[in-house]
Design a protein around this ligand. Sequence first.
Ligand code: SF4
Length: 336
Amino acid sequence: MDIDALAALLSPAAELMLPLLASRAREITSQRFGKTTQIYAPLYLSNLCTNRCAYCGFSADNAIHRRKLSVGEAVAEAQLLLDRGFQHILLVTGEAPAKVGVDYLEEIALALRNRFAAVSIEVQPLEQEEYARLFKAGITAVAIYQETYDRLIYDRVHLAGKKKDFDYRLATPARAAAAGMREVGIGTLLGLADWRLEGLALGLHLAWLRKNFWRTSFTVSFPRLRPAAGHFQPLSPVKEMNLSQLIFALRIFDPDVGLVLSTREEARFRDGMLGLGPTRYSAGSVTSPGGYSHADHEGEQFSIGDQRPIGEVCAAIAAKGFDPVCKDWDMEFQHF
Ligand code: SF4
């Protein structure tokens, strides 16, 4: 499908045909992914951050309790997730390369690689050689979101720090793919700019990545702004109906792309979207480092919309006739 067709799917006119879009998205999702929904959990390693992003609880401006997990603490948190049934985990950090750099991430990856089926990262943008090094250590996938493709708004909300460099961030998914990562995830933070234009830019970015890195799998995420320390208010609010249209449009545009719907969204919305496009759900998430071991959630990045534990999320998926899949990869398949 070409980009003009995506523009039509994202248009106000298409909003009037939402049931039709939902039906087509359901058909394509079923053909390509069957009844499966992948399950994963984020593991926050650190909330140290040197950037000032207006919308984020970890922004260097915010007076929150900061910490970085030791390797032992990270393994203990990971064990709790294993005990709950997770096999796919996403290691998340703020951006503080001097303290949470590649050496640290490599050490954590080596400690976890034989315990989990797949370990992914969502950390600061890295160089291609650094991604290659982490791939060797057992990292299978990288998530790196542009936040917004609107340069002016990007500059406005990224107040200070290395993240102000729009172009370096934009080129990061390509560096991760060129390093040999099995999967690369892109996305925008919905609520910063016009969601229709963000959807179009996402489609263009995805199509370019596919053309240039055909060996790599790609996913798209749709995080909507959530309440966080700093109390940033969305510049361009995105309603559930808008988010639905965006998901349907991306699914129709690219039948093979994995679509991620995280616990930022409410349980009701996530359950309603099952089978209509999304292929991967997080569950039982906590967004503070050490948060699985300690219930206070002090120093979290943002508050969670769907607070159900993994068992309840899997039961809701099964109740709608879908299979929650906790493992669809194995480190044995990985050629390091
Ligand atoms: S969005 Fe990322 S880089 Fe920006 S303050 Fe939050 S953790 Fe740091």
